[in-house]
Design a protein. Structure first.
Length: 121
């Protein structure tokens, strides 16, 4: 795939501190999206503040750090944010946010992200 094709794809910022899980998410996304993984909320905030081409934030519910600041940064950038977790009770900590319970299929994740970014199904 050429660099121009990669750059033209919508960006997904994956905020995940578990390297294996993060890489699995990247693998699910890489055919359709330009996905970037960061290990914590501080790095995610810095990425958003740099103005990198991000279309949606995918946030692990158990991430450490200044999560409230990350939510505020995503809101300020007018980016949709999807919270993912294997613990359905985690949804209670993110009221009003789109929540995706693990395990989920690659197709489910792709459908959610396509819908958020206005891409065809």
């Amino acid at each position: 795939m050429e660099a121009a094709e990669i750059a033209a794809r919508p960006g997904v910022l994956v905020v995940e501190d578990d390297e294996m899980v993060g890489q699995a998410l990247i693998a699910m996304l890489e055919d359709e999206f330009a996905a970037k993984m960061v290990p914590d909320s501080a790095t995610a905030i810095a990425t958003l503040q740099r103005g990198e081409p991000i279309g949606v934030v995918l946030l692990d519910a158990s991430i450490s750090g200044a999560v409230a600041d990350l939510l505020a940064a995503a809101d300020a950038a007018r980016l949709p944010l999807v919270v993912i977790s294997g613990d359905p009770r985690a949804q209670d900590r993110y009221p009003g946010r789109l929540f995706l319970a693990k395990p989920f299929t690659a197709e489910t994740l792709l459908q959610v992200l396509r819908g958020l970014m206005g891409a065809p199904p």
